[in-house]
Design a binder for this molecule. Structure first.
Ligand code: AMP
Length: 119
């Protein structure tokens, strides 16, 4: 059976493409976005290459939870959880959502006041 080619983020997790990896568990990894949109801009990815959130399945429930728990852990470690600081999590799906990399990822943005609604 032929294997699907690795996604960009699988290559990062496999250390085949350099990135600043800040957090890793058996299920997820987090690394700095190469084109940061805020002073802190991390991507939290499942190691399993789910293409996008709308394609996750019921069997991915725990993994989806692990992504959000990792985001919370990272935010606490970085001191972003204080009420007078804060952070934003973003998941882009498809063209109109602004998705450019077809491997599910949660953006963690912080370090400046983020406007609402997003552009
Ligand atoms: P999205 O547009 O939601 O699919 O987000 C993809 C994100 O991946 C963008 O914010 C890019 O800046 C980021 N990105 C693309 N290539 C790399 C890379 N080699 N290392 C880290 N982040 C990347």
């Amino acid at each position: 059976m032929s294997q699907a080619p690795k996604t960009l983020f699988e290559k990062i997790v496999a250390r085949e493409i350099p990135a600043q990896i800040l957090h890793e568990t058996d299920e997820v990894a987090a690394f700095a976005d190469i084109n940061p949109q805020a002073p802190t801009h991390l991507l939290i990815v499942p190691k399993k290459p789910i293409p996008r959130v709308g394609e996750a399945e019921a069997s991915d429930q725990a993994l989806l939870g692990a992504l959000l728990l990792a985001a919370g852990d990272i935010a606490r470690k970085l001191g972003l959880d204080a009420r007078d600081k804060g952070f934003r999590l973003v998941i882009n799906h498809g063209r109109d959502g602004g998705e450019t990399v077809p491997h599910l990822h949660v953006h963690l943005l912080a370090g400046r006041e983020l406007s609402w609604p997003p552009g």
